[in-house]
Design a binder for this molecule. Structure first.
Ligand code: ZN
Length: 143
């Protein structure tokens, strides 16, 4: 179990130091949501582009703690290429898992599973879920 936690921490630090899909685009095909988490100082913007029911791209930018910034990167890598239904299903189960609500553990959270340990730290749950909530928001805007 200790080795798993070390591995998870390495994945989180890798995404924090080398974020994937970082940087916003100026493109009207993207929907943009900006969310702040005042309790920690996280301030993040998420953009998503959905075409033909597929998440074609996700961009993120902002400042915040390592959990928040890395989870935006992990979220983008996990959800790009998924159908919008799959992406929302993963996102909703991920946030339920974090907040200790019943969730469907047959849904593959992929790399996002590395945040499982965050649920032991209630103050950090918002840090780990803010990017995902923002993603959900961008998809609602496009309805
Ligand atoms: Zn934070």
């Amino acid at each position: 179990m200790k080795n798993m936690q070390t591995l998870y921490r390495q994945v989180i630090m890798d995404h924090y130091k080398n974020p994937r899909n970082k940087g916003l685009v100026n493109d009207s095909n993207y929907h943009t949501i900006h969310i702040k988490n005042p309790s920690c100082g996280d301030d993040i913007t998420i953009q998503s582009k959905v075409e033909d029911g597929i998440v074609k791209d996700i961009r993120h930018d902002g400042t915040g703690c390592s959990i928040c910034c890395s989870s935006a990167s992990v979220m983008s890598e996990t959800l790009i290429g998924k159908s919008i239904d799959e992406a929302l299903n993963i996102s909703n189960n991920y946030t339920k898992m974090l907040s200790n609500q019943p969730y469907d553990d047959t849904v593959d959270l992929e790399e996002a599973i590395v945040y499982e340990g965050v649920k032991q730290f209630p103050a950090r749950i918002k840090c780990a879920s803010i990017a995902w909530k923002a993603f959900n928001g961008t998809t609602k805007e496009s309805e």
